[in-house]
Ligand binder design. Structure first.
Ligand code: HEM
Ligand SMILES: [Cu+2]
Length: 641
């Protein structure tokens, strides 16, 4: 076994090594390259861009909702359109934007941050992207054909069951969910393996960056939460298509089974979005406060604790169903408890800023906005977490206000911070600071003007999911205000898009490390080469770039003629073995298509479950076909020796 000390060599790569790396890792040219890429960066970029596209679509739907509700008795949308649009909005934001964008950005960032050449299972990663894309396109083709789901984003039975939702609408919803869950589980697996087995030598667990911790916890949450809803959506599909009775009480089924299975996923989902967002904040704050993070260990423990506790709260979504007293108390206690690890993180962020010399660039502004909105959303969360209050405001706009403070404030804000922060790394160019500040202030004002009044509307009795209301209710003015706020949000998104379009061509050149940041992705060029690092780095501290010694030790001995990655041990990240990472391949795409045939065809004919797998077989054979590369039998001792 090679020790870390052995790895601390400074042998320069022999001349021509870089050209060899270029040749080994180059993607296929042109359009074929686009279809066959297995590079975590190109797939990651594409994944993030697709998720943002869905964010824009979800935003258009939100605007339609807000325009409809701006005045009492408005006739812009009819009830049927309204039902489809709010369901599409919720479904898009949660399943096609929220979870995917989190995992997509991790797909891009994690291999760079842990100092490796590519993600583990890169072909599976590409496959996951295609499956997700098929799911998203499927949902939107349904919507365009007036077959958009209309039972709300959590599709409660019996409303979503065969009796009250005939037609194909809810089948489209159920299968879309299945697609996105498959994609998410795949990403979770790859990220866990990459984090645990591919960290650069020296990055022992206690030197792992906080964002990497956040993604590790998130990926485990994904693995435990997603199967629950994937199962539920298949059971719903079977109830609707095959005539099973999982949720039909008349035949011994149970509608509450749906609620439990859904929320056992649905609540942790909120943390699947929030934990990485908190991870972004914990990376960005030290850079702009220009000091190390206060309470690193406390934040790690808080992330892990949040991951665990997030599985103990799901029933707080069901307080209005008439639960026994004991479970009401238990789930109230658990819901309040999760405020503790969240509070720990908030205090650590504030302490870091307090003791630092903050530089108020756009990424930090978005993080500050996040902290403010997250605290507000957290407070209303504690309020609805207690049964008596929840009984009053359940299914009102108070809940809509709460959930958006958390999701827009504690998720979209840090995401924008991350976008401004990592855009220079990904594209090589800086985003405009001036436009960034406009983007931030319009967004921050817009979110508060949109969602703060909804607290009052909820208390005044305005229920969610209503397409209009009477003038006598007195809800008109606050609704108009909320709509005006939504227009500010829309304006800020336009500024954001304009900023990207302008900066991609004219933005200042970023260079390797424009923010003077500390994680490993800043130790390579912007954008990084296909092989990420010319010399794989050896990590000497918790802040690898800030704590780099003058010698700058690197790993040597990995082959540049094959796509070799260094596998290290779980705890101490000592070199363990070498692994060959596969090259470009069309099979992930060709395997994703039969998955599409199976689940989409399955809502029309059960034969799809025969035809789809039959088509899948050749694709899998192609995928698994041995490649004509001679085995590499050098021992691990030659690496880094
Ligand atoms: C960016 C501006 C946004 C605006 C103006 C907005 C507006 C709204 C409104 C007015 C509703 C209530 C519809 C109704 O009950 O009739 C709603 C519902 C919802 N929104 Fe948003 N939203 C925005 C962003 C987001 C984001 C970023 C997420 C999640 C990541 C999200 C998730 C949801 C969910 C899950 C629902 C519940 C849908 C349902 O009842 O089935 N929204 N949104
Ligand atoms: Cu919850």
């Amino acid at each position: 076994m090679v020790t870390i000390e052995d790895a601390l060599t400074e042998q320069p790569l022999d001349p021509g090594e870089r050209e060899k790396l270029e040749r080994t890792w180059q993607p296929c040219p042109g359009f074929r390259g686009w279809l066959t890429s297995v590079d975590h960066k190109s797939v990651g970029k594409r994944y993030v861009a697709t998720a943002f596209l869905f964010f824009l679509l979800g935003g258009l739907e939100a605007s339609a909702i807000r325009l409809q509700l701006a005045r009492p008795e408005n006739r812009l949308l009819d009830p049927d359109q309204y039902n489809q649009i709010f369901t599409m909005h919720g479904t898009t934001m949660m399943f096609l934007f929220g979870v995917p964008v989190v995992l997509a950005s991790a797909t891009y960032l994690i291999p760079l941050m842990v100092g490796t050449r590519n993600i583990s299972y890169p072909r599976l990663n590409a496959f996951g992207y295609w499956v997700y894309l098929i799911g998203g396109l499927f949902l939107y083709s349904g919507f365009i054909l007036n077959t958009g789901p209309d039972s709300g984003w959590f599709s409660y039975v019996p409303l979503a069951g065969p009796e009250y939702s005939p037609g194909k609408r809810m089948d489209v919803w159920a299968q879309t969910v299945t697609f996105t869950e498959i994609a998410a589980i795949i990403a979770g697996i790859e990220l866990i393996v990459t984090i645990l087995k591919q960290r650069a030598p020296g990055m022992s667990l206690h030197r792992m960056p906080l964002y990497v911790w956040a993604i590790l916890v998130t990926s485990f949450v994904v693995l435990f939460a997603m199967p629950s809803v994937a199962l539920a959506s298949q059971m719903l599909a079977f109830d609707r298509l095959v005539g099973t009775h999982f949720f039909n009480p008349a035949e011994g089924g149970d509608p509450f089974l749906w609620q439990h299975l859904f929320w056992f996923f649905g609540h942790p989902e909120v943390y699947i979005m929030f934990l990485p967002a908190a991870g972004f904040a914990s990376e960005i704050i030290p850079v702009f406060a220009r000091r190390k993070m206060f309470g690193h260990t406390a934040v790690v423990l808080a992330l892990v604790a949040t991951g665990f506790i997030s599985f103990g709260l799901w029933v707080h979504h069901m307080f209005a169903t008439g639960l026994p007293q004991l479970s009401q108390s238990f789930f109230t206690a658990a819901s309040l408890m999760i405020a503790i690890p969240s509070g720990v993180q908030v205090f650590c962020w504030i302490a870091t800023l307090w003791a630092g010399r903050p530089r108020f660039d756009t990424p930090l502004l978005f993080v500050l906005g996040f902290i403010a909105l997250f605290v507000l959303g957290g407070i209303t969360g504690v309020m609805v977490g207690s049964v008596p209050f929840d009984q009053q405001v359940h299914d009102t706009y108070f809940v809509v206000a709460h959930l958006h403070y958390v999701q827009v404030g504690a998720f979209v804000f840090p995401l924008f911070a991350a976008f401004y922060f990592w855009f220079p790394k990904v594209t090589g160019r800086m985003l405009s600071e001036r436009a960034g500040k406009w983007n931030f202030w319009l967004f921050f004002l817009g979110v508060n003007i949109t969602f703060f009044p909804m607290h009052f509307l909820g208390m005044m009795g305005m229920t969610r999911r209503i397409y209009t209301y009477l003038p006598e209710t007195g809800w008109g003015d606050l609704n108009l205000l909320a709509t005006a706020g939504a227009m500010l949000i829309a304006a800020s998104v336009v500024v954001f898009l304009g900023n990207i379009a302008w900066s991609l061509r004219r933005g200042g050149l970023a260079g390797e490390n424009p923010w003077d940041a500390h994680t490993l992705e800043w130790a390579t060029s912007s954008p990084p080469p296909p092989y990420n690092f010319t010399h794989l780095p050896v990590v000497e501290g918790l802040y690898p770039v800030w704590e780099r010694s003058a010698e700058r030790p690197v790993v040597t001995g990995l082959s540049a003629e094959r796509r070799e990655i260094l596998v290290t041990t779980v705890l101490d990240a000592e070199p363990d073995s070498r692994h060959e990472n596969p090259g470009p391949s069309i099979w992930p795409l060709l395997s994703a298509l039969p998955v599409g045939v199976t689940f989409i065809g399955g809502i029309f004919t059960p034969w799809a479950f025969v035809i789809g797998p039959a088509l899948m077989l050749p694709a899998l054979i192609g995928w698994g076909w041995p490649q004509a590369i001679p085995p590499d039998d050098r021992s691990i001792e030659e690496v880094a020796a």
